[in-house]
Design a protein around this ligand. Structure first.
Ligand code: CP
Ligand code: NVA
Length: 323
């Protein structure tokens, strides 16, 4: 292989010049058929991890992170490594997006070095801005609006545990945050019946709910106040932190408001027999989810974490035109 222009790098970086690259900023960027096909590919990658060991040879991912991460950073780095490529992690202190340098210049400069940008940002407009100005694909690794990579892993986990997605009933209890938004946009078009229970004032963004309602297929989307009602007969119960990264100063004020939305054994007992308990992690143990549930037989939280690796491999291969 030439040291100047590795085969795969030439394909990806130069082929994106002059035409708009595909991005993954929202789960709505993928059709339900594309999601199902990515999940199939992820299952194959999980089963036969060595088969695609050189697919991304010579390709580099730039990981632009404004917030901390365990799962997202490590799973993207390992995904690139196991597919034969590289990842360059850029911590919040390095790029200082919008402070040391604006989004436009970061996007243009990074596009000259790397083949895909994976960005975790505070403001969704920043990851959208990177996508607008980059000439390589941009992946949203979490913004205030969505966490679309997480939801692919969650769908794979649901599929593995239930053997199908169409017809499932999924309850989400807690804060109507980025994870809730991505679930709202992804699940109903796949035929999943999605029920939210959120405290007053902490519901998902109404505009996203409107967009989600428009995408409803055979599934439905409903908003409840009472967590028990939302959870009744659910096949899976999902929760996330009561306050997200950047909202730490609200933690104390939110605790009493969210208290009755805790995913504990009693709430889980309202769900269908053998219902699974889901959390994207990191969890605040014994706040939004009890130790008993998280460490109990219903918990699939570590499968969700592992599946980040497999779905992101499928996503990277797709966006880089190497699948
Ligand atoms: N679930 C998730 O995105 O975890 P990290 O914040 O650790 O990446
Ligand atoms: N809603 C959480 C998800 C963390 C993976 C946050 O944004 O901090």
């Amino acid at each position: 292989m030439s040291p100047v222009a590795p085969r795969a790098a030439q394909t990806a970086r130069s082929s994106s010049a002059g035409k708009r690259p595909s991005h993954y900023l929202s789960v709505a960027d993928l059709t339900p058929e594309e999601i199902l096909s990515l999940l199939d590919r992820a299952r194959e990658l999980k089963r036969f991890p060595a088969r695609d060991a050189n697919k991304l040879s010579g390709l580099t991912a730039g990981l632009v992170f404004q917030k901390p991460s365990l799962r997202t950073r490590v799973s993207f780095e390992v995904a690139m490594l196991e597919l034969g490529g590289h990842a360059v992690y850029l911590s919040p202190a390095e790029i200082q997006l919008g402070q040391r340098e604006g989004v436009v210049d970061v996007a243009r400069v990074l596009s000259r070095y790397v083949d895909v940008i994976v960005a975790r940002v505070f403001l969704h407009s920043d990851v959208a801005g990177l996508a607008e100005h980059a000439t390589v694909p941009v992946i949203n690794a979490l913004s205030d609006r969505e966490h679309p990579c997480q939801i692919l892993a969650d769908l794979l986990t649901l599929y593995e545990r239930r053997g199908a997605l169409n017809g499932l009933r999924l309850a989400y209890v807690g804060d109507g945050n980025n994870v809730a938004h991505s679930l709202a946009l992804a699940a109903p078009p796949l035929g999943i019946d999605l029920r939210f229970a959120c405290p007053d004032g902490y519901e998902p963004d109404p505009l996203i709910m409107e967009q989600a309602q428009a995408g409803v297929n055979s599934g439905a989307i409903e908003l409840f106040r009472d967590p028990k009602e939302a959870v009744r007969d659910a096949d899976a119960v999902y929760t996330d932190a009561w306050y997200s990264m950047g909202q730490e100063s609200e933690a104390e004020a939110r605790a009493p408001i969210f208290h009755r939305y805790q995913l504990n054994a009693q709430l889980l007992s309202e769900a269908a027999p053998n219902a699974i308990a889901m959390h994207c992690l990191p969890a605040h143990r014994n706040a939004e989810i009890t130790d008993e549930v998280m460490d109990g037989p219903a918990s699939v939280v570590y499968d969700q974490a592992e599946n980040r690796l497999h779905v992101q491999k499928a996503l990277l291969l797709r966006l880089l035109g190497q699948d």
